[in-house]
Design a protein around this ligand. Structure first.
Ligand SMILES: *[C@@H]1O[C@H](CO)[C@@H](O)[C@H](O)[C@H]1NC(C)=O
Ligand SMILES: *[C@@H]1O[C@H](CO)[C@@H](O)[C@H](O)[C@H]1NC(C)=O
Ligand SMILES: *[C@@H]1O[C@H](CO)[C@@H](O)[C@H](O)[C@H]1NC(C)=O
Ligand SMILES: *[C@@H]1O[C@H](CO)[C@@H](O)[C@H](O)[C@H]1NC(C)=O
Ligand SMILES: *[C@@H]1O[C@H](CO)[C@@H](O)[C@H](O)[C@H]1NC(C)=O
Length: 441
């Protein structure tokens, strides 16, 4: 039989539990961060946006003269910084803007200096990083930047691959480039800058807040604030005006553990774009590998990871969609890549109306420079939509590493050659596909 003090103890404990749940519920539903920049909400944010394709094309890569001029990535970053009035938020897997390589580092240094000077203009720089020992981050912190550390090893054993910017909660950048001097000189990069687009910026900012809250945590909380739930997703995208054409857009993330309520997973975003294609699907990624590997007791476990392979096979064989896959051929290309893509291309044997083509983007590599002229792109474009992400199309990346993606679907059919962002992305793909650097197996 319980003594009175035991009963009292149990009652107190129950009360404490109730209180804890109550506090958690309250904190999850109200704004506890006291943002000062809340002048724009999802009710009155702007959807009349300007979206531009930004690319870094390394020197010594030459394409056909008739290819459309692209906006340089460095110009895109500087335009974003020109616009900044009160905040610049950056997520990048790498911080290496000041390199030892004298001839190539200027653009990186210039960007770093501008980030250092933001504080003197009264602009707050906030950074989320998975790096613990970065000299550049220390320097930025000494210049008033707020830096939060996300320990991906503790959370998923993956990496923080996410790479995006949010400026004043109005303008954004998403793409393949990191805060790495190579992204501004030696590597081929592709991304988009979006201006005057506070609705999209607000949603991407929720992904930023999600990371921000993971600062120094070694677990992912089970209760999240409403401030990080997604505003838009694959079932209810954001209706946008892009340069006077109508489009629908949303942000996706991975891994699944990093998807709070309503947030679309990268893999589901890719699925929707592939499913929605009517005539073609063009994919440009550094690595393509349907394998999942993770460290286990000192060794590595590897499994076959089929989702994207399946989507491509279905689109090509059952729906007659033309598929082109442009993969980088470089020192780190996994040898099984060739087996998996050969299997894909042989699928169309003896089938009319079936086309899966694969080419490898390569150039003569200098032995001492691993990433020179590497095609670092990570995107897909179809006849009506595109997806730009942070991940290579490798199982492990989607399963355990953090990344974001942007889906943009055009609402009306776009005439070929029209000056829309979709056409610009398609033109960039076709330029690379037809270039002398793209070689068949
Ligand atoms: C948007 O709405 C918020 C809250 O309702 C309000 O404080 C803010 O002034 C509005 N901003 C604009 C630009 O209309
Ligand atoms: C990150 O988490 C791992 C695993 O929990 C731990 O060993 C490591 O010390 C953590 N790193 C930092 C910088 O806190
Ligand atoms: C954003 O919109 C404002 C007002 O319409 C305009 O003055 C400004 O130039 C735009 N900014 C960009 C970067 O397009
Ligand atoms: C090829 O596919 C297209 C689109 O699905 C279809 O309209 C056409 O009839 C097909 N042609 C053949 C020969 O199957
Ligand atoms: C937007 O429209 C302007 C003017 O018509 C054009 O110069 C620009 O290339 C367009 N941008 C995009 C991304 O379509």
């Amino acid at each position: 039989e319980m003594s009175q003090s035991q009963q009292k103890c149990i009652a107190n404990f129950a009360l404490l539990c109730c209180l804890a749940v109550l506090v958690a519920l309250i904190f999850s539903s109200i704004n506890i961060w006291g943002d000062v920049e809340d002048d724009v909400t999802e009710e009155n944010c702007s959807t009349d946006c300007r979206m531009e394709l930004v690319e870094n094309i390394p020197d010594h890569l030459s394409f056909h003269a008739d290819s459309r001029p692209h906006l340089p990535l460095s110009a895109g970053f500087h335009t974003l910084l020109d616009q900044a009035r009160y905040s610049v938020e950056v997520v990048s897997p790498v911080w290496d803007l000041n390199a030892w390589d004298v001839e190539a580092k200027q653009q990186g240094q210039l960007l770093f200096q501008r980030l250092l000077r933001l504080a003197s203009r009264g602009v707050k720089l906030k950074i989320v990083s998975g790096l613990t020992n970065s000299a550049e981050l220390r320097t930025l912190a000494e210049h008033d930047a707020d830096i939060h550390f996300v320990n991906m090893t503790a959370l998923t054993r993956g990496g923080l691959h996410s790479s995006f910017w949010i400026v004043d909660r109005r303008h954004v950048y998403i793409g393949s480039a990191d805060m790495d001097w190579r992204s501004l000189s030696k590597r081929k990069e592709l991304g988009v800058t979006v201006f005057n687009c506070s609705c999209l910026a607000l949603d991407l900012h929720r992904v930023f807040l999600f990371y921000w809250q993971l600062h120094d945590k070694d677990y992912i909380p089970s209760i999240w604030s409403k401030r990080v739930t997604a505003l838009y997703g694959r079932h209810d995208g954001l209706e946008l005006q892009l340069n006077s054409s109508q489009a629908v857009a949303y942000v996706s993330t991975s891994p699944e553990l990093f998807c709070p309520k309503y947030r679309t997973k990268d893999l589901d975003a890719i699925h929707q774009v592939i499913q929605g294609a009517k005539t073609f699907i063009f994919i440009s990624v550094t690595d393509y590998l349907p394998l999942l590997s993770w460290p286990y007791r000192g060794s590595t476990v590897t499994r076959y990871w089929s989702p994207i392979d399946e989507m491509i096979r279905e689109a090509a064989v059952l729906r007659g969609i033309r598929v082109r896959l442009l993969i980088s051929f470089w020192r780190k290309t996994h040898p099984l890549t060739f087996n998996f893509v050969t299997s894909l291309t042989s699928l169309c044997t003896q089938l009319i109306n079936c086309s899966i083509e694969v080419r490898f983007f390569s150039h003569k590599e200098h032995s001492d420079h691993l990433q020179h002229r590497l095609n670092h792109n990570k995107y897909m474009v179809t006849d009506n939509a595109f997806y730009i992400g942070n991940h290579n199309w490798v199982g492990s990346d989607f399963a355990i590493s953090a990344g974001v993606g942007l889906v943009v679907q055009m609402k009306n059919s776009v005439p070929k050659g029209a000056a829309t962002i979709l056409e610009h992305v398609r033109a960039a793909f076709e330029r690379d596909w037809r270039s002398r650097y793209a070689k068949s197996l």
